[in-house]
Design a protein around this ligand. Structure first.
Ligand SMILES: CC(=O)N[C@H]1[C@@H](OP(=O)(O)OP(=O)(O)OC[C@H]2O[C@@H](n3ccc(=O)[nH]c3=O)[C@H](O)[C@@H]2O)O[C@H](CO)[C@@H](O)[C@@H]1O
Length: 365
């Protein structure tokens, strides 16, 4: 099969695309893959490292209010569509797959104009702007949540879960704890604020850090690459030196190897992270980002909290004290964690990549 995938901006859109082509390659090693991403998104560094051919386009999003910048958005969209057509002519894909983010707009739009089958994946229960636009001419849609189905024409969309969930469940390979200065056989808490880190979570963690010394568990605190220096600076200012059982790192590039091995996950409530955490059956503390469209992370977090899989802390009530208190309470209550893990697992889709691949194959002429 020859497949072009496109999706980007943040990890939540990139990893489902990567998980799909990685699984395809494992099943059918002669699969040819081209990834088209945006110039400025995280995909520029993540995709080539994963070993896939990568081309980039310059795109930007629409402003919600009337703005002259929207003319530039349209200009860039049309220019990117022309460039995408050149890549499509040269690569001759059997199918073009989009996983959301502005960049998938021109790539799939170009494919649709050229009569090439297209498939989109929607990770959220609230459908993104680009996917809404592409839905008019798309061949098939895979969604992670039933709540997204009514946004598409009848029989167009199918529930497949989120392909990245399968990647973390398959989670092959070992994890190098020593590289983080930690040990392999201790209960561990993973704290991260989505693919980019979160300012308030970072600040609260810095405040909480001294409390973790001498605890019978260890902590991996992921700040987000672009926020790492600020966190280091804040720790120096406050004279905080993390104890031996705490690792402070900018980013985890091998999450499918780490996440299966932790006892508790603390983070935002982005769709892709939640797909991973439910498929693995991880107890979670969720601090939804209030800065996203339609406050969709709060809805995500609330549904998990209602099912008993997560404790939710609002950004407003988050502090070093609430964060440490909730983490410590759960890390010292194995029975409670077990109940949460069981509730989480019931909501997971561990074979999502296979389901999405079956959908992709069904559209190839
Ligand atoms: C602020 C924002 O707009 N967030 C959106 C963005 O989330 P964003 O991309 O931040 O977050 P998600 O939680 O959906 O996905 C993060 C992904 O990055 C990975 N990861 C994270 C940190 C790290 O160090 N290493 C690593 O590999 C996670 O394992 C996961 O696969 O897209 C999601 C999917 O459309 C939306 O639901 C989110 O609301």
């Amino acid at each position: 099969m020859r497949i072009i995938v496109s999706g980007g901006g943040t990890g939540g859109h990139i990893y489902p695309a990567l998980a799909t082509v990685q699984r395809l390659k494992a099943l059918e090693p002669d699969t040819e893959v081209l990834y088209i991403g945006s110039e400025r998104g995280l995909e520029g560094s993540i995709v080539p490292k994963a070993g896939f051919k990568f081309k980039s386009l310059k795109v930007q999003g629409f402003h919600r209010s009337l703005s002259l910048d929207n003319f530039k958005t349209i200009y860039l969209f049309l220019k990117a569509t022309r460039e995408a057509k050149k890549y499509l002519v040269a690569f001759k894909p059997d199918v073009v797959v989009g996983t959301g983010g502005y960049v998938s707009g021109p790539v799939l739009y170009a494919a649709q104009q050229m009569g090439i089958p297209t498939v989109i994946h929607e990770q959220n229960s609230v459908v993104g702007v680009t996917n809404k636009f592409l839905a008019r001419k798309v061949t098939k849609v895979g969604v992670a949540f039933p709540a997204a189905l009514p946004a598409f024409k009848a029989n167009l969309a199918t529930i497949v879960g989120n392909p990245r969930a399968q990647e973390v469940v398959d989670g092959q390979g070992s994890f190098d704890w020593e590289k983080l200065g930690l040990v392999p056989d201790k209960p561990s808490v993973l704290v991260f604020g989505g693919s980019q880190g979160a300012i308030k979570i970072n600040a609260s963690m810095v405040e909480a850090l001294p409390n973790f010394a001498d605890k019978p568990y260890q902590v991996i605190f992921v700040t987000g690459s672009k926020r790492f220096d600020d966190v280091q600076q804040e720790m120096r200012t406050k004279n905080i030196v993390p104890a031996d059982n705490v690792a402070v790192v900018p980013y985890i590039s091998n999450m499918p190897q780490l996440m299966p091995r932790v006892s508790l996950v603390v983070g935002r409530a982005g769709a892709t992270s939640l797909a991973e955490q439910t498929a693995l059956g991880k107890p979670m503390i969720l601090i939804p980002s209030p800065y996203v469209t339609n406050d969709h992370q709060t809805k995500n977090a609330r549904s998990l909290a209602n099912a008993g899989a997560a404790e939710m802390i609002t950004e407003e009530s988050l502090s070093g004290t609430t964060l440490f208190g909730t983490i410590d309470q759960l890390m010292t209550d194995e029975k409670q964690r077990q109940l949460m893990a069981e509730a989480a697992m019931k909501m997971g889709v561990p074979d999502a990549a296979d389901q999405f691949i079956a959908l992709i194959k069904s559209v190839i002429k």
